[in-house]
Write a protein that binds this ligand. Structure first.
Ligand SMILES: Cc1cc2nc3c(=O)[nH]c(=O)nc-3n(C[C@H](O)[C@H](O)[C@H](O)COP(=O)(O)O)c2cc1C
Ligand code: SF4
Length: 486
């Protein structure tokens, strides 16, 4: 590793001894609803882009989670898994009974690989349509609806011209002139690609979301229960449907938008519907945002309110994330879709060492602690899970000692080295392969390519080098093996 890169790592004075780790908070057991976790370590959802195009579990998906399970975290949350039976590329789905067999293989593999030490939950997601950014020609020549408002804005010959003529006039105009006559949504569709919003209530399938989502989530959860999961995490975070209901940007006027009491209404209805089908033996929680970190978005205050409401509705845990919104995403290239982790809020979600001090480490801890405090002040003991730039044992211990959260998650550090929990617990922290927080992995996610870690390929001379499964472009598909010396 170069000195520059090393300088950007979170300083670690020393790793704990085995005795210190064994006596620590992070490696102490905890109850999460009906579940007893062997430790307070947690691997949050990460999409590895390894499902089939039809949304089925593959051997590569199984191998990915087996590898995490070998590091024996208290729990692993399986990647965002779609609740609908609609084409959504190589993302896992739970929208039909035919997906249950593959999901069962997955849960069995995690239990086997962790010797029953790791609980396995699934993150259930709903998302709205987002189109790729079109070419100017396709948008103005075909997709843009030629409305009376547009004709009026264009003025002159466009007022009475036929549709083909209006399109020809637009195509012949400069970019600036076109943007002047488009309304904000049309301009966005041209510059970023069309993106549905929960506020598009003129569209029947968006207006009816409150009527259909509770049942869709409940049915998917029931399938996951049959597939052997220990629990379900409802995805109420980032850029997706339920997060958009919680957002301060949600101005729906049908009782499901506006004041935060109404914005939380659909998420609560989803919670009740899912709880109604799950056995008492399964944990039900959600992931939501401690702060949307966008202009005009929900802040920490809202998150405290939502946390209390969601916990009162009977959730067994609350996992706090941050940012990851479409509103400030970078403009995609033509032919690509906008990606919610590319703008400032995206950088809050998956922070890198490029961020100004204090850099990526623990950026969401203060907001998470505020939500935890709001719960305790309301007399609720629901466990919270902190996440975001956790890369050392000391950080995790401090969060737990201060009561900022009850469990501490790590995504990218666990991706860089799935054994880091086990190594730390065994007093072998010096052997941890430390995440660089430069987001090579997130770049692959953005490009919808099989996610791997850049560090896996730097470890040379390992016994399985010749035989390790690889991506088509030659990257290791799973982290190098490690076993504690006997
Ligand atoms: C490749 C990749 C895929 C991710 N997929 C999901 C996901 O499916 N659901 C989710 O809630 N968060 C997802 N995340 C966000 C992580 O769970 C986590 O919140 C974020 O990386 C910050 O934590 P960290 O600093 O420990 O990496 C993903 C992150 C990465 C790097
Ligand atoms: S590619 Fe590896 S080292 Fe880089 S941020 Fe991702 S997990 Fe960390």
């Amino acid at each position: 590793m170069t000195d520059r890169r090393r300088a950007k790592l979170l300083p670690i004075e020393r790793w704990p001894t085995r005795d210190e780790a064994e006596a620590s908070r992070w490696f102490s057991p905890v109850r999460v609803g009906p579940l007893s976790l062997t430790s307070r370590t947690w691997v949050p959802a990460m999409v590895p882009w390894r499902a089939t195009d039809e949304g089925f579990v593959t051997d590569e998906v199984v191998a990915w989670y087996e590898r995490f399970a070998a590091g024996r975290p208290g729990a692993i949350v399986i990647e965002a898994t779609g609740i609908r039976d609609v084409p959504s590329g190589p993302l896992l789905r739970a929208g039909h009974e035919r997906f249950e067999e593959g999901l069962s293989r997955l849960t069995a593999a995690v239990k086997r690989a962790s010797d029953g030490q790791t609980k396995v939950l699934v993150q259930l997601i709903d998302f709205l349509a987002i189109k790729r950014r079109p070419t100017r020609e396709a948008f103005l020549g075909r997709f843009l609806p030629i409305t009376p408002r547009l004709r009026q804005a264009m003025g002159g010959a466009a007022r009475d011209a036929g549709e083909a003529e209006v399109r020809a006039l637009l195509l012949a105009s400069s970019d600036e002139a076109v943007l002047e006559v488009l309304d904000a949504r049309e301009a966005e569709a041209l510059r970023f690609g069309l993106r549905e919003r929960v506020t598009d209530t003129h569209l029947p399938h968006i207006a009816s979301l409150p009527q259909v989502l509770p049942q869709l989530f409940a049915e998917a959860a029931a399938r996951c229960q049959r597939a052997g999961f220990d629990g379900v995490e409802l995805h109420f975070a980032h850029a997706y449907t339920l997060a958009s209901f919680l957002s301060a940007k949600n101005t729906r006027d049908d009782g499901y938008g506006g004041p935060r009491e109404q914005r939380v209404r659909l998420p609560l209805e989803v919670v009740r519907a899912v709880r109604g089908v799950l056995s008492e033996a399964l944990a039900l929680g959600c992931r939501f945002l401690a702060d949307e970190t966008i202009d005009g978005g929900s802040g920490v205050d809202d998150a405290c309110f939502f946390g209390v409401e969601l916990a009162r509705a009977g959730l067994d845990f609350l996992s706090l994330s941050r940012g990851g919104k479409f509103e400030d995403a970078k403009q995609p290239k033509v032919g690509h879709a906008a990606y919610p982790y590319t703008g400032p809020s995206g950088h809050e979600c998956m922070p890198t060492t490029n961020l100004a001090p204090p850099g990526p480490f623990g950026r969401n801890l203060a907001a998470t602690a505020a939500v935890t405090k709001a719960l305790r002040d309301a007399g609720l003991s629901t466990p919270t899970i902190a996440c975001g730039g956790i890369a050392s044992f000391q950080q995790a211990e401090q969060v737990l000692a201060e009561g900022g959260a009850d469990l501490v998650a790590s995504a990218r550090q666990a991706l860089a080295d799935p054994d880091w929990f086990l190594k730390t617990r065994l007093g072998r922290g010096d052997e941890v392969r430390r995440c660089l927080f430069t987001n090579y992995c997130e770049g692959l996610d953005q490009a919808h390519q099989a996610v791997t870690c850049q560090l896996w390929d730097r470890a040379r001379g390992l016994p399985d080098d010749a035989t390790a499964p690889r991506t088509r472009d030659g990257r290791r598909l799973t982290a190098p093996p490690w076993s504690p010396p006997s």
